[in-house]
Design a protein around this ligand. Structure first.
Ligand code: B3K
Ligand code: ZN
Length: 871
């Protein structure tokens, strides 16, 4: 496959101004009639005698240029598209093609989900619908007519505002839609189906009434309220925080069961994976509720950051994704518990993005090349991209950041732009030079800060020496120093923040702007030696080394005024203990005893916030521990974590139990930060209790399951029981399946619980579960729930020494590649870090990756992941 380079970017020779599409939807043989008006692009300066339009898998019916049928010598068609030889300066291109949506298992372009028709066009799906300049810098006005059978498809939707609808012969009907805002083809969408909806309304700040609807399959109509409330809150928030109003008469959301990712921000017609819409207390967990709020907001926010202003090319993906993730994170923080949200986001960034950055798949936030763009919808582009925006927001401060985003919306509305354009708005608003800051976009790899502190009592000064380094990554060596905002505090011996006074007179003394390889910052007027609190709020996505003693970590855990760093100190301590136990070092036992004390003190501290406490008392994950080891000790890490859980569970048994009981009985289910926090803590305590192995604890799990207050509690109890050998294990699993067999989203949880179990027979079970009637290899949610959970959420079983996990995964990747390459490539990423394991595992993994790379006719998606992983 061909590699595409950012440096080769060229404007298109012709642009498309208007698009008229007419869809004749049929289960077999859908027809698409298109009328495009094209003209020479004034921005194109080169010579071009031909025009290439993208098109794949289209069956041509006819083609007309300015009204006349095209002669055979005026055009050519290959498997990539249509080439027009010597087209005029300005012309109308009309065509008809035939599609086979019923055979489309890739879930891009036009496809069927259940009994409906829907589309997914980002990144390059539109070329599977009609001939087009399928790239984001071509923005056109769309008008769409769609017709279908009246009984099977009473609902006909597309982008923009509805025009007329009407009846047709043969029991068919049609609807017309017009989108007044020029948009790239990746934002096109249509839906046809037998759907129900809930409706609400919103009045924008300037008085535009907007009709809001959420469409779902009829059986789900009672699960839409949370999504609707989240939408309304998002619309208000974007007006208040960014001054951004909605710009159409209607906003529609449709939930579909077969979807490659979370959701899609198509203009005025967002299409969602039903996982991010549907929720009822008995079917959805707290995390599901939070996920729905965040994704609804994310897609809504794209209306400005993505749709009104879009990406010039796909290398700029983080322009819309990084910024929009930052926006949805801030929205969730404002709606819920800010401190907890930050911890959860950083936990996720460290677990997944740091791992990606330290793998053969590492790439910059703005990549310089790709084979398949769908492989670049990554945690780096999204989550690290959001951190890069967050750093700019913090460097500028709230007023200047708002000024910068106002400039951005004003300057680029209706255009397709670059991350560089975005940064320039930050510069223009603040008068700062962010040249060096741009390295965050251009270089991959997680920077590392090594910090040392020295107190000089005679001068009453404290010097922090900061060294930075950025690791080499594929294709990038010897990187220049970054511009890193390092937010710090200094604690006195009572744990209070000391007033900060920088010798350079800095007006924001807590903010150290690290710009050199090695740099020293001096604080003056300090009567005693401080304990530094570094990288407060996780002010930059970096790894930090400071030689804290265990005692200093305990001190920070107790006193740091920065909640994030209080939590992080505890995590660091927990990692040290766990890693010592993995090594089976003699001091491990003492450290565990100390740690258990600290745990106990935190648990019994009066007035602590349950949500924060649950974060503090959670152990670092197996994968995170693995990242701290030169060679990942798969069994050792698992055993050490189990050992710590069991130790705490036994030592603190009765105390855990009484706290569990205090957090106790649920009233009516509510999704508030307080109630979510209480449930989290309660369920965490139950985890430790269960690890103790006490009879009582296991009975509590069964009771909590049977009480059935809400899905959060039910699934947690089931998870704990399913992970062990409790006699009621199979009974509960069967009970759950019997109750929920008809609800696909709930069944996903059932698959996932079993795939994540650390039991010896897990792989065997996973294989057997593929035959379960609720499983389907063509449905991405099912694949993620069963196979994805196993490969990415169960490192202990997946990396089993016999290599069976790897063989199984590659079997599935190869099978899926013929069905849905995007999902296949996603799964294969779970092997990317194979070099971090021992020799025997490395050999096994390499063999499996080679099996993929050597396969004939493999997709570009999977080939790129396999070949890069092997590099
Ligand atoms: N923009 C879509 C993702 C499209 C992925 C294409 N492979 C969802 C989102 O980020 O909001
Ligand atoms: Zn997005």
């Amino acid at each position: 496959p061909r590699t595409i380079y950012l440096k080769d970017y060229q404007p298109v020779p012709w642009v498309i101004r208007t698009v008229d599409l007419d869809f004749r939807l049929h289960e077999k043989g859908t027809r698409v009639i298109s009328r495009l008006t094209l003209e020479r692009n004034p921005a194109f300066t080169g010579q071009a005698a031909e025009l290439r339009l993208d098109g794949e898998g289209l069956k041509p019916v006819w083609l007309r240029l300015d009204g006349s049928e095209l002669h055979g010598d005026a055009y050519g068609i290959d498997d990539q598209g249509l080439v027009l030889f010597n087209p005029p300066e300005q012309f109308v291109l009309e065509s008809e093609v035939e599609l086979a949506p019923e055979k489309n298992t890739t879930l891009q372009g036009l496809y069927r989900s259940g009994s409906m028709f829907c589309t997914q066009c980002e990144a390059e799906g539109f070329r599977h619908i009609t001939w087009y300049l399928d790239r984001p810098d071509v923005m056109a006005r769309f008008k769409v007519r769609l017709e279908a059978d009246r009984d099977k498809y009473p609902v006909l939707l597309s982008n923009g505002n509805p025009l007329e609808r009407g009846e047709l012969p043969d029991n068919r009907h049609y609807a017309e839609w017009e989108d007044p805002h020029p948009k790239p083809s990746y934002l096109f969408a249509l839906v046809a189906g037998k759907l129900k909806y809930i409706e609400d309304s919103f009045e924008t700040a300037s008085g535009r009434p907007v009709r809001l609807r959420i469409y779902v399959e009829p059986e789900n109509i009672d699960k839409c309220d949370h999504a609707m409330q989240s939408l309304i809150r998002s619309m208000r928030w974007d007006e208040e925080k960014y001054g951004r109003e909605y710009d159409l008469d209607v906003f529609n959301i449709v939930a579909v069961n077969d979807f490659n990712m979370g959701a899609m921000e198509n203009k005025g017609l967002n299409i969602f994976n039903s996982k991010y819409v549907l929720a009822r207390p008995d079917t959805a967990t707290d995390d599901d509720y939070l996920g729905i709020e965040a994704v609804i907001a994310h897609e809504y926010f794209h209306n400005w950051t993505g749709n009104r202003i879009t990406c010039r090319d796909w290398f700029q993906l983080s322009l819309k994704e990084g910024f929009t993730v930052y926006r949805d994170q801030e929205f969730s923080s404002d709606m819920g518990a800010r401190g907890i949200k930050r911890i959860d986001d950083v936990r996720m960034l460290r677990a997944h993005q740091f791992a990606e950055d330290d793998s053969p798949m590492a790439h910059p936030v703005r990549p310089a090349s790709y084979m398949e763009i769908n492989n670049f919808y990554t945690v780096t582009v999204y989550e690290k991209g959001a951190e890069v925006v967050r750093m700019q927001a913090n460097l500028l401060g709230p007023e200047l950041f708002r000024k910068a985003t106002d400039i951005y919306f004003d300057r680029f509305d209706g255009q397709a732009v670059t991350t560089d354009d975005f940064v320039r708005c930050m510069e223009d608003a603040s008068g700062r030079d962010l040249t060096q800051f741009r390295h965050w976009y251009d270089y991959a790899g997680t920077p590392e800060l090594t910090v040392q502190g020295e107190y000089h009592p005679d001068e009453q000064v404290y010097r922090l020496q900061v060294r930075q380094s950025v690791p080499d990554t594929p294709g990038q060596k010897n990187k220049p120093p970054f511009h890193i905002p390092l937010v710090v505090g200094l604690l006195d011996s009572h744990g209070r923040d000391m007033p900060l006074d920088r010798s350079d007179g800095s007006a924001r003394p807590e903010l150290l702007e690290v710009m050199e390889k090695e740099q020293t910052f001096e604080f003056r007027n300090l009567p005693e030696a401080p304990v530094p609190s570094l990288l407060r709020g996780f002010s930059a996505p970096v790894k930090l080394n400071y030689p804290y003693s265990d005692a200093e970590l305990v001190f920070l855990m107790a006193h740091d005024s920065d909640g994030f760093n209080r939590w992080d100190a505890g995590q660091e301590l927990a990692q040290r203990v766990l890693l010592k136990l993995v090594e089976q070092a003699p001091e491990g036992a003492d450290m565990l005893a100390e740690f258990t004390h600290a745990f106990h003190r935190a648990l019994d501290a009066a007035h602590s916030d349950p949500a924060l406490l649950s974060e503090v008392l959670s152990l670092p994950s197996e994968s995170l521990l693995g990242e701290r080891m030169e060679v990942v000790d798969v069994e050792g890490i698992h055993a050490a974590r189990e050992q710590v859980k069991a130790h705490i569970g036994k030592r603190l048994h009765d105390d855990l139990l009484s706290h569990y009981r205090d957090l106790g009985e649920e009233g009516e289910y509510q999704v508030t930060p307080e109630t979510i926090g209480r449930r989290r803590l309660k369920n965490l305590l139950l985890t430790y209790l269960t690890a103790s192995g006490s009879r009582e604890a296991v009975d509590l799990c069964v009771q909590q399951y049977q009480a059935g207050h809400n899905m959060t509690d039910v699934i947690h109890a089931l998870t704990l029981v399913a992970d062990g050998d409790h006699p009621a294990r199979q009974e509960l699993l069967d009970d759950f399946a019997a109750r929920w067999h008809a609800d696909p989203l709930v069944m996903d949880k059932w698959f996932s619980v079993q795939a994540r179990s650390s039991r010896k027979d897990t792989l065997e079970r996973v294989m057997a579960l593929q035959e379960h009637p609720a499983f389907s290899i063509t449905n991405p949610n099912k694949v993620r729930a069963l196979i994805g959970s196993f490969a990415m959420g169960n490192p202990f079983c997946f990396h089993s020494a016999d290599g069976k996990g790897y063989t199984f995964l590659v079997d599935k990747v190869l099978q899926l590649d013929g069905i849905n390459p995007q999902i296949a490539a996603r799964l294969l990423r779970s092997m990317a870090r194979w070099r971090h394991y021992d020799k025997a595992r490395r050999e096994l993994a390499r063999g499996q990756l080679e099996r993929v790379a050597g396969q004939n006719g493999i997709s570009r998606d999977v080939y790129e992941v396999a070949s890069k992983s092997l590099q």
